[in-house]
Design a protein around this ligand. Structure first.
Ligand code: UDP
Ligand code: MG
Length: 319
């Protein structure tokens, strides 16, 4: 670290996406600053207000005027957790970046553990949630995503959904430079990191408010992840298509031979219906997948900004 730069350049930047978290922000900031003030590092925290409809922004402004460690970014509307984190990534000034949820499910007290682990020489350190306090319905998709992503990205992680993570700034810069419209951050980070560490972190119940993820948002995120990182799904479907066609051919031959041996029969009509449904289903799946890839290309070609920032607040601006 260049010694002259330390005054304006903290060592540690914490990025926190905030969407309607008015009940949690005060406690969150109190616990975070207590932990980090006791640590050996210079730090800053960037709160990104992802278009909150409640009083989160007013609360953040109050925290900002009271604490010079705080910087704020505000979106003009809701763009989702990952976009909010990206906006935070684009504003950080530290050498090490930690992301955290605002709902106190990731205890702020765990941040130093992650940073210490990173200092052992990792590019990215990911937390995995011990004794996760979420419903089974919320855990199953996470488990599936972890399996699938591990395979696609080639880095095995226990928990791809945990947002309590630490990154070296070089990895963060590489992620920002890639300007992907699909932005599943944990998977993207592992593409750019030479070494990824994983440590267990505590996980609490959501302190207040409700999860901001509906089942629909989750499905969208997972589909995004699947098609955003490889063309493997579409290739698998093509292979499946060929296999099924071959099976169909064999089945046709079998029916033909049977017709010659047994004679005409109508008993098989319903079996044929069943088979037809399988084919139709598969076809629809393929069309859907192709549509997803096409849509992706379309979005890339349009090059719209991924998010629009309404206002920002820095400590030095004194606002
Ligand atoms: N979040 C966000 N934008 C959204 C949804 C969520 O910034 O559209 C933030 C939210 O405020 C929280 C974090 O992302 O800090 C995780 O959200 P949540 O706790 O709802 O997700 P879950 O814990 O259910 O995965
Ligand atoms: Mg949560």
């Amino acid at each position: 670290m260049p010694p002259a730069a330390t005054e304006n350049q903290p060592y540690l930047s914490v990025v926190i996406p905030v969407f309607n978290e008015e009940d949690n922000l005060t406690e969150l900031h109190a616990r975070l600053s207590l932990t980090l003030n006791a640590s050996p590092w210079d730090w800053e925290v960037v709160y990104v207000d992802d278009g909150s409809k409640d009083t989160s922004w007013e609360l953040l402004c109050r925290i900002h005027t009271q604490d010079p460690h705080v910087r704020l970014v505000r979106f003009n509307r809701n763009y989702g957790q990952h976009m909010a984190i990206f906006a935070g990534f684009e504003t950080v000034r530290g050498k090490v970046v930690v992301t955290l949820d605002a709902d106190l499910q990731n205890p702020p007290e765990e941040v130093p553990k992650l940073v210490n682990k990173l200092e052992e020489g990792f590019d990215v350190v990911s937390g995995w949630r011990q004794n996760r306090h979420d419903s089974v319905l919320r855990k199953i998709p996470t488990w599936l995503v972890a399996k699938m992503t591990s395979r696609v990205v080639g880095v095995h992680l226990r928990d791809y959904g945990c947002m309590l993570r630490a990154y070296r700034i070089e990895v963060v810069q590489a992620m920002c430079a890639s300007q992907e419209t699909s932005s599943y951050i944990p998977a993207l980070a592992n593409l750019y990191a030479a070494s990824v560490g994983e440590i267990p972190v505590a996980h609490a119940e959501r302190a207040a408010g409700q999860s901001k993820y509906s089942i629909f948002k989750l499905i969208k995120l997972n589909f995004d992840l699947m098609t955003g990182f490889s063309v493997l799904p579409i290739q698998m479907v093509s292979v499946l298509g060929v296999l099924i066609a071959l099976m169909g051919l064999a089945f046709g031959l079998f029916l033909f031979v049977r017709r010659l041996v047994v004679g005409p029969e109508v008993g098989g009509v319903f079996t044929l219906f069943a088979i037809l449904f399988v084919f139709v289903g598969l076809q629809i799946l393929v069309v859907g997948l192709m549509g997803e890839y096409l849509g992706r290309i379309y979005r890339e070609v349009r090059r719209r900004p991924r998010f629009v920032i309404r206002e920002t607040r820095d400590p030095e601006a004194g606002s």
